[in-house]
Design a binder for this molecule. Structure first.
Ligand code: NAD
Length: 469
């Protein structure tokens, strides 16, 4: 097929590349010339393990990138994968979607049936909005000359290629019979895993003939749009829940690692998304929960569980600051080193991460903050220009004269630090590990004062009331 993929971000670049790998002629369009140039020079516009190699191999072959919408004219299908960030009121800003729809309308071929696919996460009714913009601009008839389909994306940054080639499910929202046929054809290679063994030579992950079958699920467009929001909000609720259990475990003396393990052994619950952290964050959960919540409130059906998860998540960020504060007392003039700025490892995505909230609070309380992240420092810096912090090139440097180290992101690299050197560099060897990630290292025997979350390490935490909640 001739595929156009609009947007070369975390979703667009991966989707476009994956369909090129599967043998379709794929063109990625982005308004950002720099990203287009990067792709055309065989490089990934984002940090995502394995993506560079695949782009490098397929560019100029089945894959190309451009800033021009002219290629829309030849397209059988067009993915829209542009950003849908939050507006001030929490609702999704559809300005990029509207612009993309307008440009599609200006270039759509009247002599062929084209399927336009919303892959971006968009509020219910956006499919109709995209249809009406395209109709208005092109003068073509929706459902006859073109159709708009919802096909939400569920990939995880850091594991994007694996998720795109082996998804649990592909959700297709349309009631247009012609579009259904096109979509089944589009996804047939992926669903059947045709040639995967051969293609897997290029993959960074192992060919997995035993991977669970991908379920191809067809529904109407609004239900598909809702599936994405409902899924993300559910995962956010699950994380907030285990974080609350962690806080209570800490107070009562239980070990949340065993609690989560014991819960996860129940197949109705499952072990995923029961990992304790300083709270969920990133470019998706905050904006998607906000959109769903505000919309539910506008329509008089407030999702009170989602509201509670959002509030609980804020408390979790503050709970981490409070643990540092309890240990160091006044933070005035204290040096704090932060390890990790991205919302999870293996990505450079530093949008809306917990690090910005936590660091801001530490600075408000008078601390001097030094930070390190293997991939996310540039983006974090550009998104948080007002935060007065020192960015350092190596994780060991954050330890110099530090009164506390706070681990926010569980990058593998942090497991392998020279911890003896880190100990010697610190002024006060206190570590707060918000992911319970370093717990198996012999940190206490090296002399560190190590504290995780909800794992019952510190006597002094018991019976203390939270300060910022
Ligand atoms: P992103 O900001 O990384 O990428 C968006 C890209 O679209 C940018 O490169 C931008 O320059 C480009 N763009 C904007 N307007 C354009 C236009 N009119 N024409 C062409 N290009 C244009 O965003 P992302 O993280 O890839 O997210 C895209 C969508 O996918 C969002 O709705 C997001 O919620 C959803 N999503 C993201 C993830 C994720 O892990 N990042 C996962 C699932 C779903």
């Amino acid at each position: 097929m001739n595929i156009v993929c609009i947007g070369s971000g975390y979703v667009g670049s991966v989707t476009g590349t994956a369909f090129a790998v599967l043998g379709h002629k794929t063109t990625v369009i982005d308004i950002n010339q720099q990203k287009v140039d990067l792709m055309n020079s065989g490089k990934s516009p984002i940090f995502e393990p394995g993506l560079d190699e695949l782009i490098n191999k397929y560019i100029g072959n089945t894959l190309s990138a451009t800033t021009s919408y002219k290629v829309v004219n030849d397209a059988d299908v067009i993915f829209i994968g542009v950003g849908t960030p939050s507006k001030e009121d929490g609702t999704a800003d559809l300005k990029y979607i509207k612009l993309a729809a307008k440009s599609i309308g200006e270039n759509l071929n009247p002599n062929r049936f084209t399927v336009i696919i919303d892959k971006s996460t968009v509020p219910l009714g956006t499919g109709d909005l995209v249809s009406s913009i395209i109709t208005e601009v092109s003068g073509l008839e929706v459902e006859k000359d073109f159709a708009v389909v919802s096909n939400p994306e569920f990939l995880r940054e850091g594991y994007a290629l694996e998720d795109v080639f082996y998804p649990d499910r592909v959700v297709i929202g349309t009631t247009n019979e012609k579009a259904k046929i096109v979509m089944r054809e589009l996804y047939s290679n992926l669903i059947e895993r045709a040639n995967y063994e051969e293609l897997s030579k290029d993959f960074v992950f192992d060919y997995n003939e035993n991977a669970p079958k991908t379920i191809y699920f067809e529904t109407d467009i609004k239900s598909a749009e809702m599936i994405k929001y409902a899924s993300n909000a559910f995962l956010a609720v699950k994380i907030s829940y285990i974080n609350e259990i962690a806080r209570l475990s800490e107070t009562l003396g239980a070990n949340v690692l065993d609690v989560a393990k014991g819960m996860g052994l129940d197949s109705r619950i499952g072990s995923k998304f029961l990992q304790v952290s300083s709270g969920w964050s990133g470019s998706c959960f905050p904006k998607d929960t906000a959109e769903l919540l505000v919309t539910s409130q506008k329509y008089g059906n407030e999702l009170s569980i989602v509201k509670a998860a959002v509030e609980s998540n804020e408390r979790m960020h503050h709970f981490c600051v409070e643990k540092v504060h309890r240990e160091l007392k006044s933070l005035n003039g204290k040096n704090i080193g932060v390890l990790g700025l991205t919302f999870k490892p293996n990505t450079d995505d530093a949008r809306k991460t917990q690090a910005s909230t936590i660091i801001k609070k530490l600075i408000d309380l008078g601390a001097n903050v030094k930070v390190h992240d293997p991939q996310g420092m540039d983006m974090f810096k550009s998104l948080n220009p007002d935060l007065e912090i020192q960015y350092v090139e190596s994780p060991e440097q954050v330890a110099v004269n530090a009164d506390a180290l706070v681990l926010l992101t569980h990058w593998d690299q942090y497991l392998n630090l020279n911890w003896e050197q880190v100990y010697n560099l610190m002024r006060n060897p206190f570590i707060l590990d918000t992911r319970n990630f370093l717990r198996e290292l012999p940190l206490s025997s090296l002399g560190f004062n190590y504290e995780g979350i909800g794992i019952g390490i510190k006597e002094q935490v018991k019976n203390k009331q939270p300060l910022f909640i």
